[in-house]
Design a protein around this ligand. Sequence first.
Ligand SMILES: [Zn+2]
Ligand SMILES: [Zn+2]
Length: 385
Amino acid sequence: MKDLYSVLGVSKDAEPATIKKAFKTLARKFHPDVNKASEATERFKEITAAYEVLGDEQKRAFYDEFGEASLRSGFDANQARAYKNMGGGFGGGGAPGGGQGYPFPGGAGGGFGFEDLFSGLFTRGAGGAAGAGARAPGGRSQRAGPDVEAQVEIPFLDAVRGAELPLQVRRPAPCGTCKGEGGKGRRTCAACGGAGRRPLRQFGLNALVQCEECGGGGVVYAEECETCGGTGRIRDTVILNVRIPAGVESGQTLRLRGQGGEGSGGGPAGDFLLTIKVQDHPLLRRKGKDLEMDLPVRLAEAIGGAAVEVPTPTGRVRVKVPPGSGNGRRLRVAGRGVQDRAVPGDLYLVLRPVLPATTDEETVALAEQLDGRGPEADVRAHLEL
Ligand SMILES: [Zn+2]
Ligand SMILES: [Zn+2]
């Protein structure tokens, strides 16, 4: 199946107005009543089917997220999402961009820039709420704002310490120019009688397709709003300051209430759902609330003991390396792990004595002297299988 965006010739991040305009232009051009070319009917079918999805905020968001799988009958977004979070893929991958799963920006470790927060944003309709727009007595529709979903990759230490991150997001909002009305001189679409769909003989008996005059909305305007193309909605770019709680883990979703798409006609705003991916760290490993880091020590420090300074997520500390510390010995630094507000985790330092880099005769002779000093002269005595 062809990618629906390419059927309408629009980009994946196109505004609702652009999509509607593309549909109307193409639908008029290929309408079987007008266009008698043999392939016109087939094209018209494709165009109306594509717009049926892309012209609807919720269907479009599901398509963006799950691709072609979202178009199957009986598709359940929650089930699909749970499956996806478990690492499953979707068959028939028609998702624009070819990918199923989240488009997390790559490049873990090291440089993390503001721009890393910008990618992979899309919106999702707010369950039944968005679809169930009730008409207010004034003729203006009251709609709840849709939920907005996004994924963000955060640096390891932000997950350990908690952070506040500025996140640039696009979320649906009522058009400011027409205040969500779509234009001036609103009247019922004559072509479809306000139904938004009309029968088309060529598709077989009783086939209904999106009305190409009103784009499925059932209304037209004497003066259509230029900003939103009569859809009454735009995609607004805003910066949200997102509080990342300490201890957040990859795959967790934060729900920011009322930060999603703005409602129209007095409807409530949707929520903002942010799925977190935590980047790896080149030095630190995390096990629940505890952290682990290798700590290189010189031979003299390992054998004789020492006090060494080490960095931790909450500043440098001095740590006592006990005398006779072998490779792999673990030292606990209390409270320097994940900065959970109730009980912070600990940081474990794994001692890694470093051999001298030189292999000259003198060094080898010194090492032989050292080897002869303890009871461990035969270090492989215990190796019996
Ligand atoms: Zn407008
Ligand atoms: Zn119409």
